[in-house]
Design a protein around this ligand. Structure first.
Ligand code: NAD
Ligand code: DAU
Length: 352
């Protein structure tokens, strides 16, 4: 990326967004990074303390579903490009409140697309709208096979249906208006700054505080885990080198059954806390399965490797150790996000 850009990153105070913001602020000092985030329960400016005073960074509190706020940020900062991550992102919450997911993930995305068409009309060649999506749009796999970019969409949860819908809108705007867009669909991320409603940080938090470790069903569902900084690097590569109109799958080549990852996190955390081996495993509790629980996700990430030269850089063993260390060390961050509303959410979600 050579010329100066004004890049709007939506959802930049969230888990993945904060790693993307950090990478772009550091790597593109001549560009202006505008982080547009509504600061929902999942957004946290603590995630960005180390870059918040950078001269090429601006935070704007705003809601992607609010047409006026979106128009204002596009105009004020002469936005040249968008990297869109803002979303409701947790499957369990989409089961209890699907409408919030339609509102943010579908209506919010369409709102941003409209603003881009409005501002960039007639000169699309200079602009890019990058939509960050998920592998869950492809549905659920059996014991074998991988999701490729050609796998037909088959979303099965309200969350994945809303993400699939937003992907379709992005492609429709390319086809209908000529907007230059690119989409990537990534597998499960893990790493620092993930809200502890998601499996791995929830486990670490509960082990630390001696609470039960809820495993849905028999714990046999499979996910493909990628370290969040590797995802941020992939987003940078797709932003710079991705071919407009294309989709890129991003994944870790790193499939784990839930129960295996739970036991691994138990053992590593025991070790780091200098507790007796096996003590965390005693907290494992099999609970009622997630409704419509997708069995297996696995990504074929060969296209992005072949065409753009990206592949995961961090070995899982190292990534998971770094992650556990981070949560144990950042007690204040963890306490901050698990007080207040989190308790109410947790009690409701895990009531048997
Ligand atoms: P997250 O829930 O941690 O963060 C979402 C961010 O979006 C928060 O900062 C929140 O405040 C913001 N936001 C929510 N609603 C908003 C609104 N109406 N207006 C403005 N900002 C709003 O999510 P994440 O896990 O970092 O995921 C980021 C993106 O990546 C999402 O689009 C998600 O679908 C996608 N994704 C996530 C994963 C994963 O494993 N977490 C994997 C693949 C793709
Ligand atoms: O695949 C990409 C997706 O990964 C992203 O698009 C989503 O935003 C992200 O939340 C994630 O979805 P999952 O539903 O796979 O992630 P989660 O961490 O919620 O759950 C991982 C697995 O662990 C899943 O099979 C459900 C199971 N689980 C989860 C929780 C929170 C449990 O067994 N117990 C739990 O308490």
């Amino acid at each position: 990326m050579s010329n100066k850009k004004n890049i709007l990153i939506t959802g930049g105070a969230g888990f993945i967004g904060s790693h993307v913001v950090r990478l772009f602020v550091k790597n593109y000092p001549d560009s202006h990074i505008i982080n547009f985030d509504a600061l929902t329960y999942a957004g946290n400016l603590e995630n960005l303390r180390d870059v918040e005073n950078s001269s090429n960074y601006t935070f704007v509190k705003g809601d992607i579903t609010n047409t006026d706020e979106v128009a204002r940020v596009f105009q004020k900062y002469e936005i040249s490009d968008v990297i869109h991550l803002a979303a409701e992102s947790h499957v369990d919450r989409s089961i209890s409140d699907p409408s919030a997911f339609v509102n943010t993930n579908v209506n919010g995305t369409v709102n941003l697309l409209n603003a881009a068409v409005e501002r960039w009309k007639g000169r699309y060649a200079n602009h890019l709208f990058y939509h960050v999506s998920t592998d869950e749009v492809y549905g659920s796999l059996g014991d074998t096979g991988l999701f490729t970019e050609e796998t037909p969409y088959d979303p099965k949860s309200p969350y994945s249906a809303s993400k699939a819908s937003s992907d379709h809108f992005v492609r429709a705007y390319t086809n209908t208006y000529g907007l230059r867009t690119v989409i990537s669909n990534c597998s499960n991320n893990y790493g620092p700054n993930q809200f502890p409603e998601k499996l791995i940080p929830l486990l670490i938090h509960n082990i630390k505080t001696g609470k039960e470790l809820p495993v849905y069903g028999k714990g046999l569902n499979v996910r493909d885990w990628l370290y969040v900084v590797d995802h941020a690097r992939a987003i940078e590569v797709v932003f710079n080198e991705g071919k407009p109109g294309e989709t890129y799958n991003i994944g870790g080549h790193n499939e784990w059954k839930n129960i295996d990852i739970v036991e691994l996190v138990c053992d590593l955390t025991d070790e780091k806390l200098k507790r007796d081996t096996g003590s965390a495993r005693q907290l494992i509790t099999f609970v009622k399965d997630r409704a419509g629980h997708d069995m297996r996700y696995a990504i074929d990430a060969s296209k992005i490797e072949r065409e753009l030269g990206w592949k995961p850089s961090l070995q899982f063993e190292k990534g998971i150790a770094l992650t556990i260390d981070w949560y144990l060390k950042n007690e204040e961050w963890l306490n901050g996000v698990t007080s207040g509303d989190y308790r109410a959410y947790y009690d409701k979600q895990y009531a048997q």
